[in-house]
Design a binder for this molecule. Structure first.
Ligand SMILES: C[S@@+](CC[C@H](N)C(=O)[O-])C[C@H]1O[C@@H](n2cnc3c(N)ncnc32)[C@H](O)[C@@H]1O
Length: 496
């Protein structure tokens, strides 16, 4: 056994300031998690020498686990190439690799290595070396500015867009791997959906088959000792065309990996091939996968129902001169996140956060017609129970012909017509239902509700939505259980 444990891994981290660590995305993997990731590797046949690629090696915990796994599965000759940009960490990395050399000798094997103190993305090793069999990575993650970052355009030959450095790492690693080679990555879940990662997903799916994804039901516990709040997943890919099945593994956190649950799904259920977004959907349980299937079978869609969704046009820091706390003769209500409650908008102008938008010159591009809208909050906080909260903006609530909608809100209407109140109730009930909230969690790891995802939703036909709305209008108080019952009985949803 190697003598590397989480505490030792942490010691070096402690020497650096947290901000410096964040800049280079330096959060180390616990040894338990590293071993678990390596356990996903299957044996490599027909290779005299197995080549491991470590991109952002840190102290080498992942190569250590991967190399040990190679011994276990009968591959005794291993060569590792390790990229690490932080020179302060190289001595520890070298020591850990030397320890591996000794372990392999003891087991009558041979381990060799090469450490490259280079930027993995800018070096683009895939331009000359594409024969790696294995790569187990925990890449850095941070967004970069597409205008002035050195990384901007560095991987534009592979995929379009500059979403986050971890995607560039995964793309270059995928490109370095031999056909049939394996990549295991612990990364934020954000790449599985969302517009920013569309180009990356498409590239990844053209190269790699997703074999297994592991999710942690308790968010934020993986790197909790580092103060990192991030929903991470572990995924295993094999370089080949997409295979017919994908396994979803789940555990509460890294403590109970040994008791993980596993369900095998047909790939069509996990990778949404119905549009060009290739969203990867991850059901947390058998019930969630049942919900996914039910929604897939709905006869219509958001677009087919002729709905539109847009983001509130008022970006407050750009429109300060229009916003006021006190009513003026020519001001209208400005709806913000706190005004949106399930099925209603609560704006009196008296709450200290309630704001007014002044209709002075240039207001047109920031204001919208005062019509009936379903208003969806774009963000929920990490500890909020629900992701989806839909209020109804009834045009009669305010006398003005215009309304202000802040940028943290999405508003939904019907193209070319005014939405009726019962339809608004029906749509809001659907979004506010437990059923839809669970569906949404499967398709999105973010606490953000993006207009793109809503636009791609399958939906019941409008008549059914209106029926739901009429029923919900009849009940008082909109209790969650009553709303759920109405939605599920109208749509004939059972066994949830
Ligand atoms: C999230 S840490 C993971 C470290 C290690 N693989 C582990 O699992 O504990 C990412 C590592 O990548 C390194 N890194 C960041 N940007 C890099 C780059 N552009 N090229 C190479 N290494 C980089 C950081 O210094 C850090 O050690």
């Amino acid at each position: 056994m190697l003598n590397i444990n989480a505490a030792e891994q942490l010691s070096l981290f402690d020497l650096k300031s947290r901000s410096q660590s964040k800049e280079i995305g330096q959060f180390f993997t616990e040894s338990k998690t590293a071993d678990y990731m390596a356990s996903m590797l299957h044996s490599i046949d027909n290779a005299e020498l197995v080549k491991i690629l470590d991109a952002g090696a840190g102290e080498g915990i992942l190569t250590t686990s991967a190399a040990r796994r190679c011994l276990e599965i009968g591959n005794r000759r291993v060569h590792a190439v390790l990229f690490e940009i932080d020179k302060d960490i190289l001595t520890a990395l070298e020591e850990n690799m030397d320890q591996l050399v000794r372990i392999f000798i003891k087991k009558s094997g041979k381990f060799s290595y090469e450490i490259l103190n280079e930027d993995f993305v800018l070096s683009r090793p895939d331009k000359h070396e594409r024969d790696f069999h294995i790569s187990v990575i925990n890449p850095p993650y941070f967004k970069y500015n597409s205008k002035d970052s050195v990384y901007s355009g560095a991987t534009s030959d592979l995929f379009k867009g500059n979403p986050n450095i971890y995607a560039s790492f995964m793309a270059v690693v995928s490109s370095c791997i031999v056909s049939g080679g394996q990549m295991v990555a612990i990364v934020p879940r954000s790449f599985t959906n969302g517009l920013y990662f569309k180009g990356f997903r498409s590239y990844l799916q053209s190269q790699m088959s997703l074999e297994r994804a592991h999710i942690f039901r308790s968010r934020n516990r993986l790197f909790k000792n580092m103060g990192v709040l991030q929903e991470n997943i572990i995924c295993k890919f094999v370089k080949s065309g997409q295979q017919p099945n994908i396994e979803i593994w789940s555990s509460t956190c890294s403590e109970d990996l040994a008791e993980s649950e596993v369900v095998r799904y047909p790939q069509e259920l996990i990778i949404d091939g119905s549009n060009r977004h290739n969203i990867i959907r991850i059901p947390e349980s058998a019930t969630d996968s049942h919900i996914l299937r039910l929604v897939e079978d709905w006869p219509s869609s958001f677009e087919e129902n002729n709905y539109y969704i847009s983001t509130g046009p008022v970006v407050e820091f750009r429109t300060r001169e229009f916003i006021t706390a006190n009513a003026q003769k020519n001001s209208i209500p400005l709806l913000r996140m706190h005004n949106v409650k399930a099925f209603r908008i609560e704006w009196t102008g008296k709450h200290w956060k309630d704001a007014h938008f002044i209709l002075k010159k240039g207001h047109e591009k920031h204001t919208r017609s005062n019509k009936v809208y379903v208003i969806l909050k774009r963000f929920s906080s990490k500890d909020e129970k629900r992701r989806l909260v839909a209020g109804i903006h009834d045009s009669k609530q305010f006398k003005d012909h215009l309304i202000g909608l802040e940028n943290h809100l999405n508003y939904i209407g019907v193209k070319g017509e005014d939405m009726d109140i019962p339809e608004a109730f029906g749509l809001a009930a659907l979004f506010n239902s437990t059923f839809m909230d669970r569906y949404f969690r499967s398709i999105s790891g973010n606490t953000q509700v993006n207009a793109t995802e809503i636009r791609l939703l399958k939906l019941p036909i409008r008549d059914q939505i209106i029926s739901i709305g009429k029923e919900v209008q009849r009940v008082k108080g909109y209790e969650q259980s009553t709303v759920d019952e109405i939605v599920q009985s109208t749509l004939n949803i059972r066994d949830i």
